[in-house]
Design a protein around this ligand. Structure first.
Ligand SMILES: *[C@@H]1O[C@H](CO)[C@@H](O)[C@H](O)[C@H]1NC(C)=O
Ligand SMILES: *[C@@H]1O[C@H](CO)[C@@H](O)[C@H](O)[C@H]1NC(C)=O
Ligand SMILES: *[C@@H]1O[C@H](CO)[C@@H](O)[C@H](O)[C@H]1NC(C)=O
Ligand SMILES: *[C@@H]1O[C@H](CO)[C@@H](O)[C@H](O)[C@H]1NC(C)=O
Ligand SMILES: [Zn+2]
Ligand SMILES: [Zn+2]
Length: 456
């Protein structure tokens, strides 16, 4: 039985891949959050430490929406990746390896051991594949407290990732958790892996520092050189700038860092061909515009592998485990398409571990590719068309929350996608929220018409 889906997925893959010889493929995975305490055999009401005491009556072999990932889910994720695309050009891995538990239940040694176990399983699944790996805010002890200078954990992590890092990368990694390399050693292509945990407002160590670990000035120089050398660049990181789309006004970066990050992207957008981040555990994206308002860059937020129900204040914020493949033009690094695969956790626990294709960007949103202009069009479709909004909303939690995305939900998602800047976001919330003052009858009629259209 387990073979059926594999064959279906593989044939979809082969058919879609043959048309363009310049196409390359890479995986992006994020937020694995392994919880070593997960134990369905225990007699406790909570089968895992990461549930924070919430009872988990349905905890199954592959996990629970109140818990972080059991090892079986991590292992299943790796097997699915190997079945679906065993030979990617490279892998992007954007961190958050440890469970959501109080610091007292972890420590430097447990955190490093968890990073080591995950590094090991990725390496043994893809022994010949280059991995570009960023640290998450949970990959430190105490969590979030990444220092703006040399540290033991940076050094140990650089050692664990030795096979994936050039010598020069290892040096910058040790002093700030960031690095840059030519993409797969090719002239004209580059990756920049950032440690944006330095900008996280929960990080007390960087509060009064203008440019923690000199990362911003370093990135500015790297991108300037890239332009000089006619390079195209992918930017990789964990904590994204802008707002969380599931909670009104919830930003991660400190205000001044958020501004400087946007400035960096605006200044260098000509060389940047994509930004790949995680941390939200949800599937979304962020638009960057020039000062004149044209779309210049898109940041892709890849869903998490952990199904863990997120943040207090978010109602039922779980997700199904998701992983994704990017198809890109190997001559320009333009993102041609995005394929997201997922595990229906409820089904996996009940029946078997069936990883299935969730959607292909160009099909679901009818755009030619994932360029900034196309992603802008996707954003506009979601903003103005209820059917696209609902489709996007279901993808956002990887088919976990299938309830209707109402007016407030629409504002939260649309403004988070469109406006990374703090002030622009606030304005967007006022503007988009204001539409509810439209004549009631007209709104009712319109939504009735739209829901009829969605059904057809
Ligand atoms: C990991 O996955 C492999 C291949 O699917 C399977 O044979 C093995 O039993 C799994 N191991 C665990 C610990 O789940
Ligand atoms: C994690 O790594 C340790 C060694 O560092 C090993 O003893 C342990 O079995 C690993 N756990 C898993 C689940 O692979
Ligand atoms: C890429 O370049 C680095 C540093 O110059 C070298 O150590 C590494 O072996 C090269 N990798 C490949 C696949 O050629
Ligand atoms: C996931 O699986 C459950 C159990 O089989 C099913 O009820 C649910 O509809 C599935 N969800 C999706 C999005 O297919
Ligand atoms: Zn996370
Ligand atoms: Zn995170």
């Amino acid at each position: 039985m387990a073979c059926v889906w594999k064959i279906i997925l593989l044939s979809i893959f082969i058919v879609s891949g043959r048309s363009n010889v310049l196409k390359g493929y890479f995986w992006h995975i994020s937020d694995l959050h392994w919880d070593p305490s997960y134990d369905i055999g225990s007699n406790l009401a909570s089968k895992c430490a990461s549930s924070g005491g919430r009872p988990t009556p349905n905890a199954g072999r592959f996990g629970d929406y109140s818990c972080d990932s059991p090892w079986t889910l991590i292992n299943s994720t790796m097997s699915a990746m190997r079945e679906i695309l065993p030979d990617p050009d490279f892998i992007i891995w954007t961190g958050d390896d440890t469970p959501h538990v109080p610091d007292e239940q972890l420590g430097v040694e447990p955190v490093l051991r968890i990073i080591s176990n995950l590094t090991h399983i990725i390496k043994s699944t893809f022994p010949n594949t280059k991995v570009y790996s960023a640290m998450g805010n949970h990959d430190y002890h105490p969590k979030n407290q990444m220092p703006p200078e040399k540290s033991n954990i940076y050094e140990q992590t650089a050692n664990l990732w030795h096979d994936w890092l050039h010598a020069a990368s290892k040096e910058t990694f040790k002093i700030g958790g960031y690095y840059t390399e030519k993409l797969l050693n090719q002239t004209g292509f580059r990756v920049v892996v950032l440690n944006t945990n330095l900008y996280y407002d929960q990080n007390k160590l960087t509060e009064n520092i203008k440019d923690p670990a000199d990362q911003l000035s370093w990135a500015d120089k790297v991108l300037q050189d890239a332009a000089k050398n006619n390079e195209k660049v992918y930017i990789i990181g964990h904590v994204p700038p802008g707002f969380f789309e599931k909670k009104r006004d919830k930003a991660w970066f400190r205000k001044e860092f958020n501004k400087r990050y946007i400035d960096l992207i605006q200044k260098h957008s000509a060389v940047i061909q994509g930004q790949f981040f995680g941390h939200h555990h949800t599937d979304s994206f962020r638009m960057f515009y020039s000062s004149k308002g044209s779309p210049i860059s898109a940041m892709f937020l890849t869903p998490g592998v952990t199904p863990w129900t997120t943040l207090p204040g978010v109602i039922d914020g779980g997700n199904n485990p998701g992983i994704r493949i990017f198809e890109y033009d190997t001559k320009t690094l333009l993102i041609k398409d995005i394929l997201t695969y997922y595990l229906n956790l409820t089904y996996a626990n009940k029946v078997y571990e069936r990883w299935e294709k969730e959607y292909r960007l160009t099909e679901a949103f009818r755009v030619p590719d994932a360029s900034p202009a196309s992603m802008h069009r996707v954003m506009e479709r979601i903003t103005s068309d209820k059917c696209y909004l609902q489709k996007y909303f279901e993808f956002n939690s990887v088919n976990y929350d299938l309830t209707e995305c109402h007016a407030d939900c629409r504002v939260d998602h649309v403004c988070a996608m469109r406006e990374v800047d703090f002030e622009a976001y606030e304005k967007c919330v006022v503007k988009e929220g204001g539409s509810s003052t439209a004549p009631v009858l007209f709104t009712l009629l319109l939504s009735l018409m739209l829901s009829l259209l969605c059904l057809s």
